[in-house]
Design a protein around this ligand. Structure first.
Ligand code: UD1
Ligand code: MG
Length: 428
């Protein structure tokens, strides 16, 4: 028995095992909880579906009215994830075969790192659920992740996290700088902004079945692949091994519980994941990146989200009007999605707004329909609409696949940038 049980307790193996159990548990529990969420009033209308209705005459009509779907079900995968990691906590510290820690030798810093990671993730799930129930304002959506990231910041500082950035070889000679520059407090500003970015970036690339979870699964898998490559490349660097193992412990159960949820959120979605899931996912990545000490590399894995964020800026900053929903529009006749538009009069925008509108239109980065009365219908500024602008209307599942394809391709690009290009730019 010992030969079977002992290897399972080895932390990484135990983590993989717990993750698999967690994934299966999510897969089973989500459908059971659907009714409870609906009963609590947590439902949303799937805006891109048509329902069949039988008239008194017996005739079947397919009016466009959407389907009510349980909302915020990401809370279930969150809960399963947290249970997995709670069960996991003792394992890296009580390894069979390793003698008990002598007085004072216990790795308190490692334990604090794991606990603080869980505290921040747990806190963000709670805040995400609050957002789903209370519909928070935009201001809160920026402040809350900042608050939730403070334990992580504290741990990063307390465990001697570096605050230096590497300077590319060319810039070193040009600016007369050394190989790296200490940016001190600015580094902490950067990691707080990273937590705010990660949580919101996933939430604003949403509105198509399976997209929130799908993109998170791809990012999670990319992080895990990166950690494995790092472990394989520098197996003797114990600090680096520690950082990458930590990231794997945090990310593996995330991937499997998300896959369990994706099963039910894939087209046609029987559950919505809600802001609860988006915040949970964003914070998990931020924690892995920051406390795993690869936050700049991690940003590379968010390329589509970064592009979507920059592209969205005119609407997020409200210099171009931003409707409540920017998700694609629905074409009931063909059951396809088409780009959604926002109506405004360019001459009523501020100077900055007019400038942004003219630039976007000139670059053909948006679809514009001008009307006789001087108003225009411009496609909403999301990469979802951009894909539809380029490819034309498509079925919802195809759109999700296309966007996940973009995410996957950008992960490949991120690796190409991280390894060969980093070696060219930096002395690594
Ligand atoms: C963000 C986006 C918004 C987008 C919405 C879609 C910004 C600034 N906000 O808002 O443009 O429309 O996400 O989630 O970019 N829904 C579907 N099908 C899906 C997923 C969601 O119809 O596959 C609808 C449902 O009605 C659901 C609602 O979207 O109830 C959830 O929206 P919510 O997450 O509250 O929107 P925000 O995050 O505020
Ligand atoms: Mg949302």
């Amino acid at each position: 028995l010992a030969t079977v049980v002992m290897p399972l307790l080895q932390p990484l193996r135990a983590c993989v095992l717990l993750s698999l159990i967690g994934g299966l548990a999510t897969l089973r529990v989500v459908p059971h909880m659907r009714a409870s969420f609906a009963k609590a009033g947590l439902t949303g209308i799937d805006l891109n579906k048509q329902t069949t209705r039988r008239l008194a005459s017996g005739e079947l009509v397919r009016p466009y009215e959407g389907v009510a779907v349980p909302e915020a079900m990401g809370a279930v995968s969150c809960a399963v994830y947290l249970v997995c990691l709670f069960l996991f906590i003792p394992l890296p510290f009580a390894q069979p075969g390793v003698p008990a820690y002598s007085d004072g030798a216990f790795p308190h810093a490692q334990l604090a790192r794991l606990l603080c990671a869980l505290l921040s993730i747990c806190c963000m799930c709670f805040l995400g659920f609050a957002d789903n129930v209370l519909d928070l304002r935009w201001r809160d959506r920026l402040i809350l992740p900042l608050a939730a990231s403070l334990p992580v910041l504290m741990t990063y500082a307390a465990t001697g996290g570096v605050t230096t950035v590497k300077v590319p070889a060319a810039a070193q000679a040009l600016l007369g700088l050394g190989g790296s520059v200490d940016i001190g407090a600015l580094y902490f500003v950067y990691i707080s902004l990273l937590a705010i970015f990660c949580t919101n970036a996933i939430n604003i690339l949403a509105g198509v079945n399976g997209l929130e979870v799908g993109q998170s699964v791809v990012i999670g898998l990319t992080i895990a692949a990166f950690n494995c490559v790092q472990l394989a490349r520098w197996p003797e660097d114990s600090v680096l091994v520690g950082h990458n193992l930590f990231s794997l412990y945090v990310v593996l159960p995330f991937i499997t519980t998300s896959l369990g949820l994706l099963w039910h959120n894939w087209y046609p979605a029987s559950v919505f994941v809600g802001d609860t899931y988006c915040y949970f996912a964003g914070m998990t990545f931020a924690v892995a990146g920051i406390l795993g000490h690869f936050s700049k590399t991690m940003l590379l894995f968010f390329l589509p989200q970064l592009v979507n964020f920059v592209y969205s800026l005119p609407q997020l900053a409200l210099i171009i009007p931003c409707p409540r929903h920017r998700m694609p529009g629905y074409l009931p006749a063909t059951d396809q999605l088409a780009l959604s538009t926002v109506d405004f009069r360019p001459d009523e925008l501020t100077t900055l707004g007019r400038l942004a509108y003219r630039a976007l239109a000139a670059l053909r980065a948006v679809h514009v329909r001008e009307r006789a009365d001087g108003s225009v219908a411009m496609s909403n500024l999301t990469i979802i609409n951009f894909v539809l602008h380029v490819c034309g209307p498509m079925r919802e599942a195809s759109l999700t696949r296309a966007l996940l394809g973009v995410q996957l391709a950008s992960s490949v690009l991120a690796f190409a940038i991280r390894y060969p290009l980093a070696a060219l730019l930096y002395d690594v």
